[in-house]
Design a protein around this ligand. Structure first.
Ligand code: COA
Length: 260
């Protein structure tokens, strides 16, 4: 696919996907969501890619939300479809990828931008980052999973306050809330994410995929996460990576995982 709104580049075993509409603070329009879906899907299917990092183009924004100009005239049915399609194509899709996804939040992460970051497996922010779900100030609510994932990450009371006030928190407050795992200077943000990616890529991709699935099961209604874990644990014993990991330990050498 030829991308107009994003840049997708591979660096060693990491895919770096950049939302690239800096003049619109990287707001997510329909085409951008479709391109992101394609780029995430392609990276996830590439056996050489061990980690995906998503960030924003320019030095001001990660993503400043869904593109308001695109939905301002929508009716109720169109609004429902916008949320359903977006969740399916991008937000749920990212959360359930088997390849780890890190959000490198390099500026404003508002509305759909914070929702995208929250759909990633974890988040790192630069010290100028600002985060919030300001939808109620537009007369709407978060529609890309924000009302579900924000309370999961920071607790119900804080999520209620942030959503009701339509306020923004800075990177350090996000760190103290557990919304982001680390804060770095703007120039250190991507190097830190890449360092984390290298650490992750030394481990078994099949085991990591199983761990993502098991952790996510904790947040799925009607799914017994403990049971998902038991099955995934058992399945791991049938993988080449398990044989390699345990043999390498006993032979006092570094494991070389094939991802099978
Ligand atoms: N949708 C569409 N366009 C957006 C946008 C969004 N979510 N966020 C920013 N933009 C556009 C602006 O319209 C402006 O375009 P223009 O130059 O053609 O007028 C451009 O990006 C720059 O934004 P601007 O508002 O001038 O920057 P700022 O530094 O003054 O303010 C923000 C930055 C992030 C505070 C402000 O852009 C903002 O509040 N954005 C909307 C955030 C939001 O409500 N997101 C949730 C959407 S559901």
């Amino acid at each position: 696919m030829n991308y107009q709104n994003i840049i997708s580049k591979n660096h060693n075993s990491t895919s770096i996907i950049t939302v690239n509409r800096p003049n619109k603070l990287n707001a997510l329009n329909k085409d951008t969501i479709q391109e992101l879906h394609d780029a995430f899907d392609t990276a996830n299917k590439d056996k050489n890619i061990k980690v995906i990092i998503v960030t924003g183009g320019g030095d001001k924004a990660f993503v400043a939300g869904a593109d308001i100009s695109e939905f301002a005239h929508f009716n109720a049915e169109e609004g429902k479809l916008l949320a359903a399609n977006g969740q399916q194509l991008l937000f749920d899709f990212v959360e359930n990828l088997s390849t780890p996804v890190i959000a490198a939040i390099n500026g404003f992460a508002l509305g759909g931008g914070l929702e995208l970051a929250m759909a990633c497996h974890f988040r790192v922010a630069s010290d100028n980052a600002k985060m919030g779900l300001p939808e109620v100030s537009l007369g709407v609510i978060p529609g890309y999973g924000g009302t579900q994932r924000l309370p999961q990450l920071i607790g119900k009371g804080r999520a209620m306050e942030l959503i009701m006030t339509a306020g923004m928190i800075d990177a350090n407050q996000a760190l103290s809330y557990g919304l982001v795992n680390h804060v770095a200077s703007q120039e250190d943000l991507l190097p830190l994410c890449e360092k984390l990616a290298i650490k992750i890529s030394r481990n078994s991709p099949v085991a990591i995929a199983a761990a993502i699935k098991s952790i996510n099961a904790n947040y799925k209604d009607g799914v017994d996460g403990y049971n998902v874990e038991i099955n995934a644990f058992g399945n791991a014993f049938g993988t080449k990576d398990f044989k390699e990991g345990t043999s390498a330990f006993l032979e006092k050498r570094k494991a070389d995982f094939s991802g099978e």
